[in-house]
Every structure is written in structure tokens, then in C-alpha cells.
Design a protein around this ligand. Structure first.
Ligand code: NAP
Length: 277
């Protein structure tokens, strides 16, 4: 008889229940975790890093722009937080592994990972070259894969973990002239759900935030290029009548990284002012 999908899933769960002792230990360590945030030089990643630091966590800020994350980490240390900045291109597995090795040396094993590094691009579908397609997937999707694979062993060892990926509401609604971007973010949503199921028995939650239109350097650059309408025009058409801010994303992310969110996994928590319901 064929081994059914359901049976294989139940077999995966057997013997992997997160114990009460582990839960109690997690409670004692609350808000003093080692957190890695990618794309932390600017926009949402920076706001998330600042928010997680103000909640008492130790923060590694990872970004292409090493100088900017070094400065941001110094600013966090000036507030009393433990923080470091590490330069890495998330599409480069060796660079990611080196950054995580540095986090191990200077802060300790990783218990929280937020993947915000990414970029956008606007092109008619028939103009997207294979090179542009590959680069988009390499950063937005494979970069997320690299970062998560690099830290899951720490979370398994701890019996506790929080992962938040930053996807995009465009992966829910679709978007013209963004086929490669939307495909990469749809992949991030699928990756998030797969890992949520795989690691739920180990005390690790995996969720995604698909932001709507958020006022960040990325959005400002798209506005300046004429790829997106003005921030004001978007705000006027948004049900809550304003553009989103990096802090809107950071607040939702902080909740998903908290002890309180232990029963929330595999979810796409839309933070979009009502654009996509
Ligand atoms: P942002 O202001 O451009 O910040 C993103 C950061 O990620 C930048 O510092 C960027 O560095 C860095 N980065 C880019 N490629 C990288 C790579 N290969 N390795 C490491 N770091 C890299 O963008 P944001 O608006 O905060 O966006 C954050 C995430 O939200 C992105 O994944 C984006 O796709 C997603 N998102 C944004 C919006 C929005 O409206 N803003 C909406 C939906 C989803 P450089 O500046 O040097 O490239």
C-alpha cells in the first residue's frame, strides 16, 4: 500500500514534540536572543533591527553595504545594545556562511532570523533577460534559502526559533512589469510555508510578512524612476489613507519574533493598509 502524504507528515511529527521544559527555558531567555536581520542597512530591515534591539535582543545587521551596517550597529551599541554589522551579499553562500560564523563568534547561536534583503525591478515580461531573471531569483529567493539554511541548525539545537521572511503583497495580488520580482516573492511565500511545516515540531515558527507599499529608499527610488506612482498618490488610494512605514513592518515582525507568537506559523501576515485583503 502506498505511504500516503498524510502518513508521511504524521511520521515526521512523531517524537518531536516541544517539551514543557524547553518552553520554560525559552521563557526565561525571552527577549535576550541573538537575532540576524538581512537588508539591515536601510528601510524595513533597519527598522526591524532597531525594534528587535530595543526589545533586548542582540542584533547582527547584514547587508551588501558593510559601511552602513557597521554605522547602524555602532548606533545600537551606543544605546546599550549588543550589535554587529556584517557585509554580505545574500546570493553568495560563502559570504552568508562567513557572516553567520562571525555572529557565532561575537554574539552566539542564532535564534531569530529576519530576511529583508531584496531588490525590485520593473520590466515588461518579454524584456526580462535570462540574466535579470537569474539575478532576481538569486537575491530574493536563493538569498533567503541561504540565510535560513545557515541558521536552522542553531535553532534545532536550541529547540526554539523564530523566522520571518519579507515577501511582498505583489505575490498575492500579482503586479504588471514585475514578473521576475513577483515570482521570486511567491517562491519566498512557498519556502516559508514548507519550512513552517517541517520545523513546527522543533519549536521553530516560520512566517512571512508580505508588505504593501512601504515608504523606504526602495520605494522612493521606484517613484523617482517613474516605475511607481508618487507616495502621496498611493497614500490617497490606500484604505487607511497613508503610506506604510518601516515601523509598521517592524511592529508586526517584533510580534512574530516574540514568545507570544509561538502558535503562529506558516502565515502570511499582510501589513498593507488594506490594499490586499
Ligand atoms: P531597501 O530600502 O532597498 O532596503 C533593502 C536593503 O537590502 C538595502 O540596504 C539593500 O542594499 C539590501 N540588499 C539588496 N540586495 C542585497 C543582497 N544581495 N545582499 C544583501 N543585502 C542586499 O528596501 P525595502 O523597501 O526596505 O525592502 C525590504 C524588503 O521588502 C525587500 O525584500 C523588498 O523586496 C520587500 N518589499 C518592499 C516593499 C516596499 O514598498 N518598499 C513592498 C513589498 C516588499 P542596497 O541598497 O545597497 O542594494
Amino acid at each position: 500500500m502506498a505511504f500516503s502524504y498524510l502518513e508521511s507528515q504524521l511520521a515526521h511529527y512523531s517524537g518531536m514534540v516541544h517539551t514543557r521544559d524547553e518552553a520554560r527555558r525559552s521563557e526565561e531567555n525571552a527577549m535576550n536572543r541573538v537575532a540576524v536581520v538581512t537588508g539591515a542597512a536601510a528601510g524595513m530591515g533597519l527598522a526591524i533591527a532597531q525594534r528587535l534591539a530595543s526589545a533586548g535582543n542582540q542584533i547582527a545587521l547584514v547587508d551588501l553595504d558593510g559601511d552602513a551596517v557597521t554605522r547602524a550597529a555602532a548606533e545600537l551599541r551606543a544605546t546599550g545594545a549588543r550589535a554587529l554589522g556584517a557585509e554580505a551579499d545574500v546570493s553568495d553562500r560563502t559570504a552568508v556562511d562567513n557572516a553567520i560564523a562571525r555572529v557565532h563568534d561575537e554574539l552566539g547561536p542564532v535564534e531569530i532570523m529576519v530576511t529583508s534583503a531584496g531588490f525590485d525591478e520593473f520590466q515588461a515580461f518579454t524584456d526580462i533577460t535570462t540574466e535579470a531573471w537569474d539575478r532576481m531569483l538569486a537575491v530574493n529567493l536563493t538569498g533567503t534559502f541561504h540565510c535560513l539554511q545557515a541558521v536552522i541548525p542553531d535553532m534545532l539545537a536550541a529547540g526554539w526559533g523564530r523566522i520571518v521572511t519579507i515577501s511582498s503583497s505583489s505575490a498575492q495580488s500579482g503586479a504588471a512589469r514585475m514578473a521576475h520580482y513577483v515570482a521570486s516573492k511567491g517562491g519566498v511565500v512557498g519556502l516559508t510555508k514548507a519550512l513552517a511545516v517541517e520545523y513546527a515540531p522543533h519549536g521553530i515558527t516560520v512566517n512571512t510578512i508580505p508588505p504593501g507599499f512601504i515608504d523606504t529608499p526602495m520605494a522612493r527610488r521606484a517613484e523617482a524612476r517613474g516605475d511607481l506612482p508618487s507616495i502621496d498618490a498611493v497614500a490617497a488610494r490606500t484604505p487607511v489613507r497613508r503610506a506604510g512605514t518601516p515601523d509598521d513592518i517592524a511592529a508586526a515582525c517584533a510580534y512574530l519574533c516574540s514568545e507570544d507568537a509561538g502558535y503562529v506559523t506558516g502565515q502570511a501576515i499582510g501589513v498593507n493598509g488594506g490594499w490586499y485583503l
